[in-house]
Design a protein around this ligand. Structure first.
Ligand code: ADP
Length: 619
């Protein structure tokens, strides 16, 4: 397996590592002092008490300084992340150096090369390799071995004093054969421990990186329907997680025999500039599309690499290609490139397959979304065409019926009159349905809507009240508007507001019996305007309220009544109000009346300017 470079540690990881080192060192200082005391007084081992206690005190002293420094670094304001990491690195290096000096001194005071404390070096080495980012983990065992050899040489030659601690013979430290053996075994143990620890740590960090990359990829795949962004994100995460050089994703075109570039990272435009590629020409794509991952250990010698010269020029030494498999078959191929030969391991293949699976899910979601949008557009188009075709003949027939009813083509018999009246009523209901269908199609399609701008809500309300005046007078229903004198500016369209309030006020008049009342009130509340339309009409059964805003829904009490309607008005109201970022709600008591409330946000610039009229003022 090719080892990847360890990922640089984050400041938080450094802080945690330093904290652990500091904690271990407190233990070490206490142990040095405690063991010295025990050995000298209980076991009568002739240890140099003064230097050893001095060493314990020294350990504790520099540990206290590092505790303070670490705390300061954790809290230091105004330090950039990179600066913080640099400081941590210096701090850690200094600690490791001091520890190394302390252990060397401890070994010297406890018998030099004959000391049983030599193994302490090993513990420290494993801790440092496991906790910290180690670019060259073998420097430390090399230094430790060198310092041990130095102590052995200085003691052996008598330049520094040798402390005879164990009863192994006073002159053993001068015996080259005796000195070489522990030194040789120490060296082997030191390098082996560091090597093994480093292998495990690098592997763990790599896994860690892959898991977070996969998590990010799956979040991106499920959170966004912008397919281009999702695919860009996927190729980026595969390159980052595998520490690879580049990656690109090609998707099968509809005919299924060519692949086209969908996303790439780390490759030159020259390399990518091949347009749609015939799958038959690329053995790697063919193999991958058949469902099996392809690992090319050396792109210069493998016959499956078709564009060898270009790959060499691009610095591609090995590659991995995995299929992007959808629920109904392959959707494309994900290629990952490395600048070293034999880079990709089975673990890399598994990871790339997982990323490709995320890609497949995202692509399929996006395709479903696109199909839905297309279907929605087609539906809108269908409704518009049909209703346009119906509108003119209905209007024409209706005016002919009115002309006949008014006697323009001769006197009519009472029976003929009644049939004509029924015909006109049916045609009017049909015209209303066609208009509502058109309005519904318009409210569903962005292309048919004007973009919202700043408009005065009150002028729309006044217009609607005027429109309904004749109908309400004919029914003897009192219709009142209560609103501030100053304009109420919202982000909307005049046409949209007229449709919303035309429907709600029109319904209130329509579903209120003779002699009833309809009150329309507009009040500014905080950053919104609240319009309530209160009637004393027939009300809506409670069980019907949750479905009131559905397309074609009519409450049970109106379905059985003479009052005609399409059940589309409120569905349109809801869509239009939502498109203006507002909400519409309803409360109703059967046979007592209904209140519709439309709340719309005020246009940003007018939020504090609008006033509220005193109670009872009528515009
Ligand atoms: P319609 O064309 O039937 O009026 P709407 O979508 O405008 O369709 O309204 C849906 C249903 O809600 C109506 O059929 C009616 O049952 C009920 N409704 C709406 N407004 C009122 C109201 N003010 N009073 C009583 N019922 C109402």
């Amino acid at each position: 397996m090719t080892q990847t470079k360890p990922e640089p540690l984050a400041p938080e990881d450094f802080a945690a590592a330093v904290n652990r080192l500091v904690l271990t060192r407190w233990g070490a200082a206490a142990l040095v002092a405690g063991l010295t005391f025990l050995c000298v007084h209980a076991l009568a081992i002739p240890l140099p008490t003064g230097p050893l206690l001095g060493l314990a005190a020294g350990l504790a002293a520099y540990n206290a300084v590092f505790t303070l420094l670490n705390g300061w670094l954790e809290r230091a304001p105004g330090l950039e992340r990179d600066q913080r990491v640099r400081w941590y690195r210096r701090l850690v290096l200094l600690q490791v150096l001091l520890d190394w000096v302390a252990i060397t001194a401890f070994v010297h005071f406890t018998g030099g090369v004959t000391s049983p404390a030599i193994t302490l070096f090993l513990i420290h080495m494993v801790i440092v390799t496991a906790l910290l980012e180690t670019r060259s983990p073998y420097v430390y065992p090399a230094l430790a071995t060198a310092s041990l050899c130095l102590v052995a040489a200085l003691e052996g030659s008598g330049i520094i004093q040798h402390h005879d601690v164990l009863p192994w013979g006073a002159e053993l430290h001068r015996d080259l054969r005796f000195v070489t053996a522990p030194l040789a075994f120490f060296t082997i143990a030191a390098f082996a421990s560091v090597h093994m620890t480093n292998l495990v740590v690098v592997r763990l960090r790599e896994r860690d990186r892959q898991v977070s990359a996969l998590l990010l990829a799956s979040q991106a795949a499920s959170s966004s329907i912008e397919i281009d962004q999702v695919l860009d994100h996927l190729v980026e995460s595969v390159v980052r997680a595998l520490s690879a050089k580049a990656a690109y994703l090609r998707l099968l075109v509809e005919t299924g025999d060519h692949v086209d570039l969908a996303a790439s990272i780390g490759l030159s435009a020259r390399y990518l500039d091949h347009g749609i590629t015939d799958v038959a020409q690329s053995q790697i794509d063919r193999e991958a599309l058949s469902g099996a991952p392809v690992v090319i250990a050396d792109s210069q010698t493998d016959p499956r690499v078709a564009r060898k010269q270009e790959a060499i020029a691009e610095g591609i030494a090995s590659l991995l290609a995995v299929p992007v498999l959808g629920r109904r078959g392959p959707l494309g191929v994900l290629h990952v490139y490395a600048d070293k030969p034999s880079f990709f391991s089975p673990a890399h293949v598994t990871f790339a397959l997982s990323v490709a699976a995320q890609g497949a899910a995202a692509i399929e979601n996006a395709l479903i979304h696109e199909h839905l949008q297309r279907a929605e557009r087609a539906r809108g188009q269908f409704v518009r065409t049909v209703t346009h075709e119906l509108r003119s003949p209905i209007a024409g027939t209706l005016s002919l019926a009115h002309a006949m009813r008014d006697g323009l083509v001769g006197e009519l018999q009472p029976e003929q009159k009644s049939m004509l009246a029924r015909m006109s009523a049916r045609l009017s209901a049909l015209a209303e349905l066609v208009n509502d269908l058109l309005a519904l199609a318009a409210s569903q399609s962005a292309e048919l809507q004007e973009s919202p701008r700043q408009v005065d809500l009150l002028s729309s309300l006044r217009y609607v009240i005027e429109q309904q005046a004749a109908e309400s007078q004919a029914k003897d229903v009192a219709l009142h508007l209560e609103a501030p004198a100053t304009p109420i500016i919202v982000e909307a369209t005049d046409q949209g507001l007229a449709r919303v309030f035309g429907n709600v006020v029109g319904n209130a008049v329509k579903y209120t019996r003779r002699g009833g009342r309809v009150e329309v009130r507009a009040v500014v509340e905080g950053t919104s305007v609240v319009v309530t339309v209160v009637d004393t009409g027939i009300g809506i059964p409670e069980k019907d309220l949750p479905r009131l805003f559905e397309d074609f829904f009519r409450a049970s009490n109106t379905r059985s009544s003479e009052i005609t309607g399409t059940g589309l008005g409120l569905a349109i109201v809801k869509r239009v109000v939502t498109s203006f970022r507002g909400i519409v709600t309803v409360r109703s008591t059967i046979d007592r009346g209904t209140t519709f409330t439309v709340t719309l946000p005020l246009a940003a610039a007018h939020r504090s300017a609008s006033g509220v009229l005193p109670d009872g003022a009528t515009a």
